[in-house]
Design a protein around this ligand. Structure first.
Ligand code: SF4
Length: 409
């Protein structure tokens, strides 16, 4: 996926309607339901965000822990947190990095809940995964619950298409959804290998149930697999039978779950038109979680790793508008800004955010320095807090789906 198609077909009109989540997200991650990722009490006192000694405290706690701790930082994390990461990357890379460090007893995952679950699934039993704030969930992952997906499978069974359908679930899903995928012969995918995952799935069956991001599913089907928008239907878990008739389900090739990323879903065709006017000669580079018309109007499309590599390889003096999370875009803009490198003046690359409005991932941003300090100091004192542990049965089937992804050609 790296060049724009010539025209911008319309995205189905209802693609971005926001559905209510069963529970409201809590602001401070305290006093909530410990069975969900929507907030939980942090025992003890969090240091104040204005504490001038926080950086020193984080450093000291990390030093006390030494090799026992491995801190993972997702690309969308704040700078104040990323500075303490031993490694940065997207969710799958980070989970694999953690598995490759068996000497690290504690994995502190600066990311969101489903990422910490994947790390727990892929690491050994003696490694404990900690999420500094349990309220750091993912709104997209929350849009597909185990009950809703089981109900959807019943609807597909009723319509007589379940046997011909292979589930493909995006990495950005809960362990329960990954386990459902494993149980029903499906695979996990990332935004880098979604095309290969669909290719594989269509070799196993006639249809794909793509969970939970409709945009990644649609963009991959249309751009990589050459399908038409009419080959895709959207299953809405808030409507009886997903809002689809048995005939529609039988005719569809791609059954897209009605979920989306609240960050990437904010970019519109107007954002693309506007930036092309503001910055003549700009290259528009977006993530495939963006809406179909945005992806179709962009010059380049790819995962966060692809975005970083493309900018690294871009010639000096080139101009870029990036459609992904703002913490990452800001870091890249600073990294490639004109200035001195090794004492030599460097022309730099102009990197701007695709939209005029601020677009952070609010749940990622829940991991801040006070929570990181609290987690590290607790571990250094021998107390494991906010451990993320997937139950063995869920882990078994989720791992099966992840292994199918690892075996993709
Ligand atoms: S950026 Fe989107 S998909 Fe990623 S964690 Fe935030 S809400 Fe979830």
């Amino acid at each position: 996926m790296n060049t724009a198609p010539p025209s911008a077909p319309a995205t189905p009109g209802d693609a971005l309607d926001v559905q209510p989540t069963p529970l409201a997200l809590l602001l401070l991650g305290r006093d909530a339901d410990p069975r969900s990722e929507r907030g939980v009490e942090c025992p003890g006192d969090l240091p104040s965000p204005s504490d001038p000694g926080l950086i020193e405290r984080a450093r000291a706690a990390k030093e006390r822990l030494g090799e026992k701790v491995f801190v993972l930082g997702h690309h969308y994390q704040r700078d104040e947190v990323i500075q303490f990461a031993d490694v940065t990357g997207d969710s799958f890379k980070l989970a694999r990095d953690a598995a490759a460090r068996p000497e690290a007893e504690y994995i502190v995952f600066c990311g969101v809940h489903f990422m910490a679950e994947s790390a727990d699934i892929l690491t050994s039993d003696r490694q404990q995964v900690v999420l500094p704030d349990l309220a750091a969930g993912c709104s997209m992952a929350d849009m597909a619950t185990a009950e809703q997906v089981a109900e959807c499978w019943d609807v597909l069974t009723e319509a007589g298409v379940a046997d011909a359908t292979v589930p493909v679930s995006y990495m950005n899903s809960s362990a329960d959804i990954k386990a459902f995928t494993g149980r029903h012969g499906g695979t996990i995918c990332t935004s880098s290998n979604a095309g290969r995952a669909l290719d594989w799935a269509f070799g196993q069956g006639e249809k794909v149930l793509f969970l939970p991001d409709q945009h990644l599913g649609r963009n991959t089907a249309v751009r990589d697999m050459g399908m038409s928008l009419e080959d895709c239907v959207v299953y809405n878990p808030h409507k009886p039978n997903g809002g689809l008739t048995p005939e529609e389900l039988r005719a569809a090739k791609m059954i897209l779950w009605r979920g989306h990323c609240s960050v990437h879903g904010r970019f519109t065709l107007d954002s693309v038109r506007d930036v092309r006017e503001r910055v003549p000669g700009v290259n528009v580079l977006v993530h495939p979680e963006c809406r179909h018309e945005v992806v179709a109007a962009a010059d380049y499309v790819g995962s966060t790793e692809y975005i970083i590599k493309t900018l690294e390889a871009a010639p000096a003096g080139s101009k870029w508008a990036i459609g992904t999370e703002l913490n990452l875009v800001r870091r890249l803009a600073n990294r490639f800004a004109p200035g001195l490198r090794h004492g030599e003046p460097q022309e730099g690359k102009e990197i701007v955010f695709l939209d005029r409005t601020v677009c952070f991932c609010s749940t990622m941003n829940r991991i801040d320095l006070p929570h990181l300090v609290w987690a590290l100091e607790s571990l250094a004192d021998g107390k494991v807090v906010n451990r993320i542990q997937v139950d063995p049965e869920t882990e078994k089937f989720a791992k099966l789906a992840l292994e199918r992804m690892l075996a993709l050609p």
